[in-house]
Design a protein around this ligand. Structure first.
Ligand SMILES: [Zn+2]
Ligand SMILES: [Zn+2]
Length: 301
């Protein structure tokens, strides 16, 4: 699909900058989004802004202009996807202490002071081939199950805030290595790579703009990314690799390659996001397991 044919866009962005009064900024920002009929999720904090929104092409353009015209966020970068309609059910604009939750508390710092080296997609591609490189996926387990970089280390954490503890327990995997950290759009790695630097690791690098930017780069074209990229909207997954694409996820029931990510119908007892092909979804009534299916069958009868 050509960009011009899609009437909507999805924007993904973040910007680390000191915002003196996050609550006031949030209220003003919400009014801006409402006036442009944008939907999505935005978090504002003392340390900056993090958001993803959908809207018409025209309104998304106006939104980007508004942020670029504000001296505070003039340097902000947007990742833009063409879409046929909104990909969010509503608009949420919130203020929080951290715009991504690494949960460092007193130890918290600004990535504008400490962060890892930035690698653009082509530099990242080369670095992945370095024999001393270790690639670490800084996202949550349900994200990398849908797709990841080839040979990446996949920490089994359900939440970003659990990552520092996991690093402490697995330090030897990274000692003396060229560390390559990546996430969806780059925001988590800004903080996480800074955390690694502060922990004393020396060769810490991050994929600038994340998987999304890597997939859009005209030279690397997503090469050696396996599967799709998990996104926090109705699309759930977006393609990344147009050079050597593959599917890494499998239907939990029949084990066929499958990227349909659905929530278990046992909503209150489980709700687990799992891969299921269409025919298995029907047979299992949308459940992730026989156990869950037995529970919902009981509730129905
Ligand atoms: Zn199946
Ligand atoms: Zn279940």
């Amino acid at each position: 699909m050509r960009m011009t044919e899609a009437p909507y866009q999805v924007l993904l962005y973040y910007f680390y900058v000191e915002i003196a009064d996050p609550d006031a900024y949030r209220d003003e920002h919400r009014a801006l989004c409402e006036s442009l009929e944008l939907l999505g999720r935005i978090i504002v904090g003392n340390e900056g802004i993090n958001g993803t929104v959908s809207g018409t092409v025209e309104n998304c353009q106006k939104y980007m202009e508004a942020l670029r015209n504000d001296p505070l966020t003039a340097e902000i970068e947007f990742k833009i996807d063409p879409e046929q309609g909104h990909v969010f059910p509503k608009l949420s604009v919130k203020s929080r202490t951290e715009i991504v939750t690494l949960g460092l508390g007193e130890e918290d710092f600004s990535p504008n002071e400490t962060t890892g080296n930035y690698l653009n997609p082509q530099e990242w591609k080369e670095a992945m081939d370095d024999p001393n490189a270790v690639i670490i996926d800084t996202r949550n387990d349900y994200e990398w199950k849908l797709g990841k970089f080839k040979n990446a280390i996949l920490p089994p954490v359900e939440s970003f805030r659990d990552l520092p503890q996991w690093i402490k327990e697995n330090r030897e995997m990274f000692e003396g290595k060229k560390i390559l950290a990546y996430c969806t759009g780059g925001i988590r790695c800004e903080k996480f790579s800074g955390y690694l630097v502060r922990e004393g690791f020396e060769d810490v690098n991050q994929l600038h703009g994340g998987i999304v930017t890597y997939g859009k780069d005209p030279v690397v074209q997503g090469e050696d990314y396996e599967g799709q990229c998990y996104v926090f909207d109705e699309r759930i997954g977006v393609p990344v690799n147009s050079k050597n694409p593959s599917i890494i996820a499998h239907c939990v029931h029949c084990d066929e390659p499958c990227e349909r990510y659905i929530n278990c119908s046992n909503k209150h007892g489980c709700n687990e996001q799992h891969f299921s092909c269409a025919s298995c979804e029907e047979k299992s009534q949308g459940c992730c397991s026989d156990k869950c299916q037995a529970i919902i069958s009981e509730t129905i009868s």
